[in-house]
Write a protein that binds this ligand. Structure first.
Ligand code: ATP
Length: 340
């Protein structure tokens, strides 16, 4: 049995609750399918900054570097010093956010099955902000051909591999940001020509935000630059039962980090009502990735089982208040673990 070393970051706010819940589910899946994940603590975030003076300490970085992958809970105010940095350090250029309507979840339409493929390393997230004089501030938006090309390719490969509508929609605001989004739009259209089996269209971001509410089942793969993908995926998560239903993966060519798409939700931290599905399905994505990268069928089987057990638990009604039930974060995770 292959042993995988996984750097585990609990994060802040609801992060520790979600992490404990997810470990219960992972334990059940590992036992049943003969997978061995060795979790190594790699802490970062607000609490770590307070305790050590650094949001992302050097030893945390070393632990992550020596791991097969990282599983991460949400961090709070220090997100820009933790996750935005990790994406750059490990060149995790694609942020994959699947949003699927699961049976028995409060969804806007039962046919929603979309996936955001969001560029993860540039745009306004480069942190190039300046003050000029007293009252003028400037933020630089960086868009490069190299990153447009690799995110567009990732979007088309994703559309080809998944069991969806075989369609990519590129989202931009090229009528206003003619140079930066002009390049993004142009490169997406060029890459589309290499994938004649995949339908392609593009949309302005304002129109896309409206269309997501009006006809969400129309979308398959949404290819976006960094900021629009961040905003639109939060919006779309509400269509499938809220941010607690939304897992995510940050994937590069050599490493990957898995985390819910939401923040650390300080308003509900410690109340034991957070929906753990976002992190449980992020762990499922981790198993899928390990399975593909290392050709390990046991990981793939464990991933399939986690998703099936989640659906079974949604049907059973043992769910958190967000989903219409009265279960706690822990008891919902226990129900998913025993369904495995
Ligand atoms: P960030 O900018 O770091 O993504 P945010 O400001 O968008 O954070 P979140 O922490 O993501 O804020 O929370 C937004 C809302 O969604 C809050 O009301 C929060 O309670 C809710 N929320 C987030 N995650 C969950 C979850 N797993 N279960 C239930 N509610 C959640």
């Amino acid at each position: 049995m292959t042993e995988y070393k996984i750097a585990l970051m609990q994060g802040d706010g609801i992060g520790p609750e979600l992490t404990a819940a997810t470990l219960k589910v992972l334990d059940a899946a590992q036992k049943k399918y003969g997978v061995k994940l060795t979790m190594v603590p790699a802490e970062a975030g607000d609490a770590v900054l307070k305790a050590s003076g650094q949001a992302l300490p050097a030893d945390t970085l070393e632990t992550i570097k020596s791991s097969h992958a990282c599983l991460k809970g949400p961090v709070g105010e220090t997100a820009a010093d933790v996750i935005v940095k990790l994406r750059l350090i490990f060149d995790l250029y694609s942020n994959i956010r699947p949003l699927k309507a699961y049976p028995h979840a409060p969804v806007a339409s039962p046919n929603i099955d979309m996936i955001f493929v969001r560029e993860n390393t540039e745009d306004v997230y480069k942190g190039q902000e300046f003050t000029i004089g007293n009252d003028t501030t400037v933020c630089l938006r960086v868009i490069t051909r190299q990153n447009c090309e690799r995110i567009a390719k990732k979007a088309f490969e994703t559309a080809r591999l998944r069991n969806g509508k075989k369609k990519v929609t590129a989202i931009h605001k090229a009528n206003v940001m003619r140079v930066t989004d002009g390049l993004f739009k142009k490169v997406c259209a060029e890459v589309a020509k290499q994938y004649p089996d995949i339908a392609y269209n593009d949309m302005y971001v304002d129109s896309a935000s409206m269309h997501l509410i009006r006809k969400p089942e129309d979308f398959d793969v949404l290819c976006t630059c960094n900021m629009f993908g961040d905003i639109l995926s939060d919006e779309a998560a509400q269509l499938i039962g809220g941010l607690g239903m939304a897992p995510g993966a940050n994937i590069g060519d050599n490493f990957a980090l898995f985390e819910p798409i939401h923040g650390c939700a300080p308003d509900i931290a410690g109340k034991h009502i957070a929906n753990p599905i976002s992190m449980i399905l992020s762990a499922k994505m981790l198993l899928d990735w390990l399975g593909e990268r290392y050709g390990d069928q046991n990981c793939i089987k464990a991933a399939v089982a986690i998703e099936a057990a989640t659906i079974k638990t949604l049907a059973s009604g043992t769910v958190v208040p967000d989903l219409g039930g009265e279960a706690s974060t822990e008891s919902m995770a226990e129900a998913i673990a025993s369904a495995i």
